[in-house]
Each structure stands twice: as structure tokens, then as C-alpha cells.
Design a protein around this ligand. Structure first.
Ligand SMILES: [Cu+2]
Length: 161
């Protein structure tokens, strides 16, 4: 039956693609733990992501970008206090030496999720992909939860440079 042939070629191509993306870079990626998104007021156009990055690989690893299917764009930010004002600046990349660890926490590094497709509620999961300088993507989920009282001030007072 000639009509079945194109379909068969298509499914073979999809299978090969899935295999390639699973096997590439296996075991050469840093690890993400404790990824979370502080619950923001309804209608917020930006959400922060905090997480811990461990580079357990034998080489230096750099994150050069990020995206999420649930947001228009995602940036790497660093918060600092400049002349008494909380300021955040966009970073082109974050580099971890082999064996290095970086805690992205309130008041320092974070991922900035911009322009959500839908509102977030407590318990939701945000899918995030980190783009690595050497190629490959580090994918993880960040859980939405209320921030503890310690991180007062939140993210809303930030000013972009
Ligand atoms: Cu930010």
C-alpha cells in the first residue's frame, strides 16, 4: 500500500530525534535543586525563580540563557543594593567551575520570568530550560510557593538598569 509509506518515514524521523535529544550530553550537565517561584500578587508581569546549581561535571559550565513555555521570555538577573535602592541587572551568563555551586536566592542571582501566559497559583509548576554554553539544555520544574517572612520587600520594588 503506497499510501502508508510517508507516514512510516515520518514516525522514524520523530523517533530518531527523540533518541538524539535524550542521549546528548547525558552525564555532563550541572544539577538543579530547590527550584521555586515566590507567589506574586495576581496580575504580576514578572516572577522570580530561585534555585541551587551544582556543577558536578569535570569541566566549567556556563548558563547563557533560559526560556519557559509559560512565559514570553526569561532573563538571568542579579540583584544588588545601589545607594540604598534595590537594583537588578541582566547577566549574559553565569559560570560555575567544576565542582562549583551557586545558590540563587533572594537578594542575589535569580531567573526573571517575564510576561506570563497565565496567572500562577500556589502549587503550580513552572517548566524552565537553561541553555548551556557548550550546547544542550538543562530542564527542570520550579514550584510556586509563598515566600517566607525573611524575604520581605519581594521583587516588586526592583528597578531595571
Ligand atoms: Cu529580576
Amino acid at each position: 500500500m503506497p499510501s502508508s509509506r510517508p507516514k512510516r518515514y515520518l514516525s522514524m524521523a520523530v523517533g530518531l530525534y527523540a533518541f538524539a535529544s535524550l542521549s546528548a550530553f547525558a552525564g555532563e550537565m550541572p544539577m538543579v535543586s530547590d527550584a521555586w517561584v515566590p507567589l506574586a500578587p495576581n496580575g504580576a508581569k514578572m516572577h522570580a525563580v530561585y534555585l541551587t546549581l551544582h556543577n558536578s561535571t569535570a569541566a566549567e559550565a556556563s548558563v547563557v540563557g533560559a526560556d519557559s513555555p509559560q512565559y514570553m521570555n526569561v532573563e538571568i538577573h542579579h540583584s544588588r543594593i545601589v545607594d540604598g535602592v534595590a537594583t537588578m541587572t541582566r547577566q549574559d551568563q553565569i559560570t560555575l567551575p567544576s565542582g562549583g555551586m551557586l545558590e540563587m536566592a533572594p537578594g542575589g542571582f535569580h531567573l526573571m520570568l517575564m510576561h506570563p501566559n497565565a496567572a500562577l497559583k500556589e502549587g503550580d509548576a513552572v517548566d524552565i530550560n537553561l541553555h548551556m554554553a557548550k550546547g544542550g539544555t538543562l530542564s527542570f520544574k520550579a514550584m510556586v510557593r509563598k515566600s517566607s517572612g525573611m524575604s520581605h520587600g519581594g521583587h516588586s520594588g526592583h528597578k531595571m538598569n
